[in-house]
Each structure stands twice: as structure tokens, then as C-alpha cells.
Design a protein around this ligand. Structure first.
Ligand SMILES: Nc1ncnc2c1ncn2[C@@H]1O[C@H](COP(=O)(O)OS(=O)(=O)O)[C@@H](OP(=O)(O)O)[C@H]1O
Ligand SMILES: Nc1ncnc2c1ncn2[C@@H]1O[C@H](COP(=O)(O)OP(=O)(O)O)[C@@H](O)[C@H]1O
Length: 265
């Protein structure tokens, strides 16, 4: 996965060329490059994420103590699903290579970020709902076999575990460890990995803010379908913007969206 350190060509100006110091100039608590690339910036983002009125399950994954432990994570996750506890913490090893600096580009735009617009000045929310809004024949079809019936069949509760964090922080590794462990305990899971989805469903998207927002929106919708199917859907995306993560959370029933923040130091 460290091949990712080589930036991929992508249209749009100014993503790969900015000096590291500029990347760190916005919203960074500790100054350029202190504590390794990425950690300080993520910490700033975490402050934003974990304050306010988001009384929702958040799993904070702190760095520094032991290797990713899918088994411990699965234990805690299943406990959380049963009791609706709010916070759990899993310590993971931080002795990883530094994440590539280009992965921090998106944070440049985070504080005071303007809403995404298309060339006609439409907000992205209007864009994505416009088809149904104008149509008179797009109707919702229900079926007597619903989420409840599927969950009974699978003997589990459909939900979304949303792993967010910098590129290279260990999201995919954790997603895989959790999936493997839940699978071994008889739970049906499915991983939506940002990298993989950009080979197919999201291959038309780039890394500008509006494309990232659309990427996250699509994955949120797909994750919702998997949860509705009764699966434990593990989404692993950088998903740097709080507003987009919140929008995804709102797609799910209360407490069936569990946010995992991968905090690397
Ligand atoms: N700026 C830029 N340029 C080139 N490549 C990039 C860039 N940002 C991300 N990546 C790579 O894309 C992978 C998937 O990113 P995501 O879809 O999770 O990003 S986002 O949620 O839309 O922000 C992401 O995967 P991970 O490293 O697993 O996070 C990277 O491999
Ligand atoms: N807990 C860990 N300890 C050591 N190395 C790790 C750990 N988690 C992930 N890695 C390694 O770090 C690299 C990036 O991990 P990855 O899961 O691909 O991150 P992401 O999905 O966030 O980009 C990989 O080479 C992976 O093997």
C-alpha cells in the first residue's frame, strides 16, 4: 500500500505541488512536521469531530501501544452494538512509515471551507437530488421482506462502521482485521474501501473537495444499502470533512453508524 506515496496524476490545479509547510499552515496545532507527518493535523480535526452535538458512537483509535488487534476490536464493537455504549478506545502501534504528504492536501480547505458548487453555482446537495426533484414517476417501492426480516435471517444487526483518518494511517488494515474477526465469529461483513471503490463506482472522481464530497456521499449511500441488507458494512475512507460524515450518519438509523477515527501520532 505504500506505493501510494507516489502521487497519482489527477486533473485539477495545485494538489501535488504545494510545499509541505503550506500544507501545515491551516488548522495545525503543532507547526510544520512535528511528531511526524499527519498526526498533529488529525488531532486538530479530531477536536472538531468530537465536540458539538454529535452524541453518536465514536470509536477513537489512538496510536502508540500495540499492533492492530482485530479480535479486541471485534469484542468491543460487538459490545457496543449490544449496549449502545458511546466511546471505545483501541490502541494500535504507531511505528508506521510516515504518510505521504500529498494525502494532507485536502485539509488545506477544511477551515472555513466554502460549499461545493458546480459550474452553474448549484450546491452539491441540489445537484445530487435534482433528478428525483423534477421527476413525477420516480416512486419508492416497498417489499414485505425488509431489513428486519433480513436481520433475523442473519442473526445480526445491520450497521455501518465508518473508519476515517489520513492516508497511510492504517484504515484498510483495521477494516480487514475487523472483518476477518467478525467473519470468524459468524457475522456477515462487507468492506467499502476508498481505494478499491475508486477503481469502479467512483472512478470518475478526483481529489478536489467537491469530488471527495461526492465520493463520500456515494459511499454513504452504498453503506446504507449494505446496512439495510443486514450486513455489518465497514467503510474505510479518508473522509476528511465533518459535514460529509455527518450527512452519511444521518442516512442511518440512530446508533447504527459507528465512526472510527484513526488517530496516528
Ligand atoms: N490527493 C491525492 N492524490 C492522489 N491519490 C490520493 C490523494 N488523496 C488520497 N489518495 C488515494 O486515494 C485513496 C482513496 O481515498 P479516499 O477515497 O478514501 O479519499 S476521500 O475520502 O475521498 O477523501 C487513498 O487511499 P488510502 O491511502 O487508503 O487512504 C489514497 O491512496
Ligand atoms: N498498526 C500498524 N502497525 C504497523 N504498521 C501498520 C499498522 N497498520 C497499518 N500498517 C501499515 O501501514 C501501511 C498503511 O496502512 P493502510 O491500512 O493501507 O492505511 P490506509 O488504509 O489508512 O491508507 C501499510 O503498509 C500497513 O501494512
Amino acid at each position: 500500500m505504500l506505493a501510494k506515496a507516489v502521487p497519482r496524476p489527477c486533473s485539477g490545479a495545485g494538489r501535488h505541488g504545494a510545499p509541505a509547510a503550506r500544507l501545515w499552515s491551516v488548522g495545525v496545532a503543532g507547526g510544520p512536521r512535528r511528531g511526524g507527518a499527519g498526526g498533529r493535523l488529525v488531532a486538530a480535526d479530531a477536536g472538531e469531530r468530537m465536540t458539538g452535538s454529535e452524541a453518536v458512537p465514536v470509536v477513537a483509535v489512538a496510536a502508540g501501544k500495540q499492533p492492530v488487534n482485530g479480535s479486541a476490536m471485534a469484542d468491543k464493537f460487538l459490545t457496543m452494538c449490544n449496549t449502545w455504549c458511546i466511546n471505545i478506545f483501541v490502541d494500535v502501534q504507531s511505528s508506521k512509515p510516515t504518510p505521504p504528504t500529498w494525502s494532507l492536501m485536502e485539509y488545506e480547505q477544511q477551515p472555513g471551507r466554502k460549499p461545493c458548487t458546480d459550474k452553474n453555482g448549484l450546491g452539491i446537495d441540489k445537484l445530487v437530488t435534482s433528478t428525483v426533484g423534477k421527476s413525477t414517476n420516480v416512486l419508492w417501492h416497498d417489499c414485505p421482506i425488509g431489513q428486519f426480516e433480513r436481520q433475523e435471517l442473519l442473526n445480526q444487526k445491520g450497521c455501518v462502521v465508518w473508519i476515517t483518518g489520513l492516508s497511510g494511517s492504517g484504515k484498510s488494515t483495521l477494516a480487514c482485521a475487523l472483518s476477518r474477526e467478525l467473519h470468524s465469529r459468524g457475522h456477515l461483513t462487507y468492506i467499502l474501501d476508498g481505494d478499491n471503490l475508486r477503481h469502479g463506482l467512483n472512478r470518475d472522481l478526483c481529489f478536489e473537495a467537491k469530488d471527495r464530497a461526492e465520493n463520500i456521499r456515494r459511499v454513504g449511500e452504498v453503506a446504507k444499502l449494505f446496512a439495510d441488507a443486514g450486513l455489518i458494512c465497514i467503510a474505510s475512507l479518508i473522509s476528511p470533512y465533518r459535514s460529509e460524515r455527518s450527512a452519511c450518519r444521518k442516512l442511518l438509523h440512530n446508533s447504527t453508524f459507528i465512526e472510527v477515527y484513526f488517530h496516528t501520532l
